[in-house]
Design a binder for this molecule. Sequence first.
Ligand code: SF4
Ligand code: SF4
Ligand code: FES
Length: 486
Amino acid sequence: MIEFFIDGIPIQAQKGQTVMQAAVASGVDIPFFCWHPHLSVPGNCRICMVEVEAEGGAWFDISCNMPVTAGMRVLTDSDKVKELRKDTMQLITLNHPVDCGICNKSGECMLQDHHFAYNGMPSLSRDPKTHATKFHNLSGRIMLDNERCIMCSRCVRFTDEVSKSHALGVQHRGDHSLIRCAADVNFDDDPYSDNVIDICPVGALLSRDLLDHARVWYLKATPSVCPGCERGCSINIWHRKPEWKLNSLDARLNTRIDRVTPLENADVNGPWICNKARDLATFFERDRVQQSMVRGAVVTSDKAVTTAAEIIAAAKRPVALVSNWGSNEELAAFHATLAPSFTSYVKTDCLPLPGERLEDDVLIKADKNPNTFGARALYPALPADVSQALPADTDVVLVWGEGAPWAQIPASATVILLTSYEHPDNARANVLIPISIQTERDGHYTNFNGTVTSFQRCFAKAPTVADAQFLFEAVFAAAAPLAGVR
Ligand code: SF4
Ligand code: SF4
Ligand code: FES
């Protein structure tokens, strides 16, 4: 470790760290725009300028590109540093439109924050601002407002260094500079493209999906896990704060997912996610099953539970098809209650979507389910030849979740289906019980390399919908007194 000083306070730095890295690690605040901890250092915005005290006279340099040396004395807040920062802010805001009132980045814009902290002055320029295109579609998902861009180049470096699509570049020079897509690359083909929205320090890159839908201060972030593949990236699911509940508009706006952003997790996804996580609302907000049914007729939840228990108690050769979307808690509850009554196999609930990237060396994994690891720690995979698991004399099949091999379930078997979503195949169920989805409960998944991550409840479930964990316990309690339950 190397000791140096920031504003007179001793700081321990690792060999090779820059002043910015050591400051961030020690909780010292130095402003930045172009620097990003997971990208290369271009040193182009100059807002991170600091003063270095030296015997021959102080000197000034950018902290994001200055290696720490032993005994170095850095000032981040001297009068001269403040003056330089103010000059830099004046330059950066020279052509920036002051349209914070209509900007989607408002509330989480670094330019707003730094302007308030280090400048606070109107533009000194007497010349009119240079205008540029305000609504440029970089892709089907992302809109670019060129006037707001401060040319930090974070987005360009992301596509070069992380997603490696090399989709973005800088066209022209000086105050005519524009971020543009490379002529031979379609930014829609980059499955990580939306990360540039998060890392853009200003409101230049905007999600077309979220645009003008909700102000960020009306939203709340709930920690969760992306179930889109067995990577299990940590995410924040953003939804309306209860205190800002909408009373006069569509009530569904209060319980919808407004956006999804990465939740940094060094063990799983670092600071990134792929676009599939951004689109989770499309997946979670499909039509839901709301009522229990027995042989096509709506029944109470209690009646469905007792009917399922009677069927299980009388079964001769029952098979359970276990969901690889079940949480560790749900799997444990099934294992402790109903599993001894069944021969159990783990099915694959979700297959890759048409056109979806199957796998890469960034994040995306081929298995498009979140808890295959957790489920297969308890039960074997459903064999490719499904008839081995579901022989003709199978008399009861418990289907948990989606993706059941309906065509191979013996026609004579009684089916108990626990599912969340409407689907034509649900008509095959003799007993159907609606179960909650990930956003309606707390839980954990175990990802492909054994890392356990947690998700929290965002919304309340409907009263007629069961949590699988407690449903297993209820069915077991009802079945246990009946003959035949193991
Ligand atoms: S669009 Fe945003 S991230 Fe890209 S260079 Fe401009 S300010 Fe930086
Ligand atoms: S890599 Fe997998 S888990 Fe991560 S965001 Fe994409 S689909 Fe979700
Ligand atoms: S953050 Fe150091 S130059 Fe931009």
